[in-house]
Design a protein around this ligand. Structure first.
Ligand code: XIL
Length: 384
């Protein structure tokens, strides 16, 4: 593939700007994707499977589909492409939930990201994989189990999926070391697993952007996680592993009472920029893959909570979008009604977290305006 082909493929339909080009001034941008498009970028969201009429963050729920249509040009499956969903047994795949999502996305003109070809964390492996008997030649059997997965998924969807989170969350945030799994034990180390995953993905889907995705975030306490991710990214470069982009999940959070979220953001900014600078200096692009805001530290009262969330998010996204290497921005769901945080990380007072652009009754919140503002003010895009 020529460089130009590759750049076109990576841009995946977004306006492609050559280095130094001036983006056309856009018409007033009042939706998330329009704001993103005005600066040559795309906005998208996670979405789910659901049967018609089910109250889920699904394409088959008209209320949710309307938000996707209004604000998004790209989508990512929240759970339906994970091993737990599509690989019920070593020799069996099940695409019955993911296929209709892909069909709907393509029929409605959305680009698609694939999440994830390997969630490198045993907590999220299917049980059979944690207990798998790799036999007498564990390294080659591990490589086979992994490549059969990557080959099967990438070939099935071909060019319908233009970007993959090839590997998700391989770094242990407590130590910065790589996580140990049954696959890494079989293959003689985690690096061997990750390198094999990326090399297999590049061979099977040469058109696609290959992303390492993780949640090393900008808040205090993530220092080891960030350092571990930098070390991993350096290693990929040293070993010539084909990784294009760092996926910054961006589940950002206000965990303590924060009367001035903007001030907190300004304190966090320098160290966060040092991290991002180091990533782009290695030649990686950036993508925000799973944006939402955890508001645990804020009071339940709606007005101050929404203001804190919006201010914190605006400051964060302004930083991210000041990087010309950052292209797509995706939210991990459009409405608080279906956000994973409701069950995964409930607030102690049990009120619904307000970290998605729309509330639980599909009304846009101050966060929505903050996101539009940040997207519309983004630095010009430069795809490298
Ligand atoms: C989450 C889903 O939103 C939940 O529904 C599921 O129970 C667990 O996974 N980082 C990731 C995503 O990469 O896959 C996770 O999604 C959220 C954190």
């Amino acid at each position: 593939m020529t460089m130009i082909d590759r750049r076109q493929a990576l841009a995946g339909g977004a306006a492609l700007l050559a280095a130094g080009a001036t983006p056309a001034l856009a018409a007033p941008a009042d939706t998330l994707n329009a704001a993103a498009a005005s600066r040559g970028r795309r906005f998208g969201s996670a979405f789910a499977f659901g049967t018609a009429g089910a109250d889920r963050g699904s394409f088959a729920n008209p209320a949710y589909a309307a938000l996707l249509r209004r604000d998004c040009s790209l989508l990512v499956p929240e759970n339906e492409m994970k091993w737990q969903a599509i690989r019920p047994a070593p020799d069996r795949f099940d695409f019955s939930r993911f296929d209709p999502m892909v069909d709907w996305a393509v029929a409605n003109g959305f680009a698609l990201r694939g999440h994830t070809l390997l969630w490198a964390y045993s907590r999220w492996f299917p049980a059979w994989l944690n207990n798998y008997d790799y036999g007498a030649r564990p390294a080659s059997e591990g490589a086979r189990v992994l490549s059969s997965h990557i080959d099967t998924v990438t070939r099935r969807y071909g060019r319908k999926i233009t970007s993959y989170d090839v590997v998700n969350e391989a770094v242990d945030p407590d130590t910065g070391n790589l996580r140990v799994t049954s696959l890494s034990t079989a293959m003689g180390g985690t690096e061997a697993v990750l390198d094999h995953a990326f090399r297999t993905a590049r061979a099977a889907a040469p058109h696609a952007e290959l992303v390492y995705n993780d949640y090393m975030s900008w808040e205090d306490g993530n220092e080891k996680h960030r350092a571990g991710v930098l070390k991993l990214l350096e290693g990929f470069r040293r070993r010539g592993v084909p990784v294009d982009t760092l996926g910054v999940q961006s589940h950002i959070g206000l965990f303590a009472p924060s009367p001035d979220a903007g001030a907190l953001a300004r304190r966090l900014e320098p160290e966060w920029r040092r991290f991002l600078d180091a990533v782009v200096a290695m030649g990686y692009r950036l993508i925000v893959t799973e944006f939402d805001v955890r508001d645990k530290g804020l009071p339940a009262a709606i007005a101050p909570r929404d203001k804190g969330v919006a201010d914190f998010a605006r400051a964060y996204l302004d930083i991210m979008l000041s990087y010309p290497q950052l292209h797509d921005v995706l939210a991990w769901g459009m409405s608080d009604r279906y956000s994973w945080l409701r069950t995964f990380e409930p607030r102690t007072d049990a009120v619904i977290n307000r970290g998605c652009p729309y509330d639980d009754r599909f009304a846009p919140k101050p966060l929505y305006g903050a996101m539009v503002g940040a997207l519309a003010n983004a630095r010009e895009l430069r795809i490298i």
